[in-house]
Ligand binder design. Sequence first.
Ligand SMILES: *Cc1c(COP(=O)(O)O)cnc(C)c1O
Length: 394
Amino acid sequence: MNTYIQQADNVLAQTYARFPVVFTKGSECTLWDSNGNAYKDFVAGIAVCNLGHAHPVIAQAISQQAANLVHVSNLFYTVPQIKLAQFLTENSFADRAFFCNSGAEANEAAIKLARKYFYEKGDTDRTVIVSAKQSFHGRTYATMSATGQDKIKKGFYPLLPGFKRVPFNDIDALKDTLDKTVCAVLLEPVQGEGGVCCPSDDYLQKVRQLCNQNGSLLIFDEIQTGMGRTGKLFAYEHFNVTPDIMTLAKALANGLPMGAMLTTETIAKAFGPGAHASTFGGTPLVSAAALCVLEYMKEHQIVNHCETVGNYFRKKLMELKEKYAFIMDVRGYGLLIGMALSIKGAPIVNKCLEKGFVINCIQDTILRFIPPLIVQTDEIDALIDCLDLVFQDI
Ligand SMILES: *Cc1c(COP(=O)(O)O)cnc(C)c1O
């Protein structure tokens, strides 16, 4: 066995069931391991490295900023953070941005803001957050309490009070749950970790209507679906539904840790000085990286490319579905694609890895394809050939 892995097994917390690979280098959609083997990456660090690995333009932005100013705290203004907030608000429904360091932190900020908004209005009974079953919102106590998957909560009770869950795509269940105690409905527009579950027909529009009728806020967790992943800059654009609060993280800075919570002017007012904070949130270093990512994506029309190659990719996966009876479903938007199987996915993931392709399996039976958004059709073709070979032997 690789000596690095032997060392790791003695010293790292055992929170991850890792594949026995040590990656040492990357470029675009290719990764190399410590033995010099090359892999095509269809995971992108879990929908994070949208512009691929070691992108020279991003690397330059990071190193320039690192040589200039890394961190001063939010006691002061810095130019990259201001410019990033301008970009995000000019390109979304939102008016204001709060920066933090991860997805869970962005959702924590959203949950705190929703409660504070009603507190400031004197509506102090509105504290309940309604989220969806099968959802994933993070691993902190509040975000774990919102998350709709029991396996994530096991051993960690008691969780926080004030959280309720309803089945995704069940508008009647939501209707029955909404009352004057509900301050916000928190949903992923497309559930990522839950199995790439897409909203049916006009579900999200009806959710928006119900929230309006009940006086509750609508929070979209776009931590996985945001930043162009679904073929629009933000997934809510697919559904003609605007949230009141949106959370971002994963791909925001192409791999540097960054989260953001975006909201409207009216709601943002509830977060006055001292209400919420993060020491590292939105440092000049990560903000400069995120700004560079966004400007590059705009200039090179990466979101359009994602939509085009995403359609191609799904078409190719549908062709495999015609061929193999154990493929139940191919679904998703852009380059957030799930392939539901009637068999376990882990052996397929392992065989693809042996053949130099990094793919991912969630919920035991769903293969998830989330490559860098810059992936090319010849790379997709190579993966399809690999899957075809692996499927023949399964
Ligand atoms: C990954 C993810 C999170 C959690 O983000 P972390 O950065 O791991 O805290 C929350 N919500 C969704 C939808 C995610 O995909």
